[in-house]
Design a protein around this ligand. Structure first.
Ligand code: SAM
Length: 311
């Protein structure tokens, strides 16, 4: 590294330090002089390298699915209840967050490949921002789940992703945690085939990760054997009756003490489905298990992810 580069690095660090007050500077000074930053740095390097695996997988998937990441065989319908009930085909654009991160989104917008606004009355200045939705969890969210929310050691545990779609949660579990058994249940055959392709192409250990093509309602055994269950928002994929059926089914079969991870609070989901009263005592909100990793996340970006334990 040249002297010039080193001077540039020092100048960037000084720029950061100059924004701190005395107390904050004191804290950073201790962090560096006690050498505890070295452990954080090592963790960051490990996280970055695991993240690279997911970036590669996302690149592969992009070549295998349509740009919207919705399969020809799917019938994805805007929900009629809940906080996404205002999503219509006109006002909403689906961009899969596992495949396209914030930076990709900006690039695609600049290139005109996705539009961020729609016209309210065809006189072009009266425009409205499109609602962006994603049917998959982003890499950042997966890191947050496995490196912040859940306990660190999951070796003897089974995780179930209910509706595993492109497999984002499964690959996150595989590369970001030591969870022993990773199971995806997905009702759409094309999505299952895609996940199988990725698992094969990346030579993942099939004793550890597997996908089951079925309706979750037909596999109470998988739910009963799982210690962690992830449920991303099902609103666009099931009607209200089926959605209610799934939550009654989970309430019946998830074992006590298991973790449930949801995208959006359960209170919001259950109120929208008009079943809050019946299920209100079922779950306890739970605090993150790996608080020491807070340094690696912008927690604000992940405030829609909830961790519960089952009573
Ligand atoms: C929002 S996507 C979740 C994707 C994935 N879990 C993630 O977070 O990246 C919901 C998925 O659930 C699937 N699904 C809907 N109803 C299902 C059911 N009864 N059994 C299994 N999968 C179901 C849909 O086909 C869809 O792929």
């Amino acid at each position: 590294m040249s002297d010039d580069t080193l001077i540039h690095i020092k100048s960037r660090i000084l720029e950061l330090f100059s924004e701190l007050d005395e107390g904050e500077m004191d804290y950073i000074d201790k962090w560096i002089s006690s050498h505890s930053y070295k452990k954080d740095l090592q963790n960051k390097v490990t996280l970055d390298s695991a993240e690279k695996c997911l970036i590669k997988i996302a690149k592969t998937i992009k070549k295998l699915v349509p740009f919207e990441a919705e399969m020809p065989s799917e019938n994805i319908v805007p929900p009629t209840v809940g906080n996404q009930a205002d999503c219509t085909k006109e006002s909403t654009c689906h961009i899969d967050e596992f495949l396209y991160d914030h930076k990709d989104l900006e690039d695609l917008t600049k290139q005109g490949k996705i539009k961020r606004h729609y016209c309210l009355d065809c006189n072009s200045r009266n425009i409205q921002e499109l609602t962006l939705i994603s049917h998959s969890l982003s890499r950042q969210t997966l890191l947050y789940i496995f490196k912040f929310l859940l306990p660190k050691d999951l070796e003897n545990k089974q995780i179930l992703d209910l509706g595993s779609r492109l497999g984002a949660v499964l690959y996150g579990a595989y590369y970001f945690s030591n969870v022993g058994n990773i199971v995806g249940v997905e009702i759409n055959k094309e999505c299952c085939d895609l996940q199988e392709t990725i698992i094969g192409q990346y030579a993942m250990d099939t004793d550890r990760i597997k996908v089951i093509h079925t309706d979750i309602l037909d596999r109470s055994d998988v739910v009963q054997n799982s210690d962690i269950i992830v449920v991303n928002c099902l609103d666009h994929f099931v009607d209200v009756d089926k959605h209610k059926q799934i939550w009654y089914f989970l309430k019946k079969h998830i074992k006590k003490g298991s973790y449930l991870i949801t995208v959006r609070s359960m209170a919001d989901t259950l109120i929208a489905l008009d079943m809050f009263e019946e299920l209100s005592n079922w779950l306890n909100i739970c605090k993150p298990n790996q608080l020491e990793n807070e340094i690696f996340f912008d927690i604000e970006d992940c405030n829609e992810i909830y961790l519960y334990t089952v009573n």
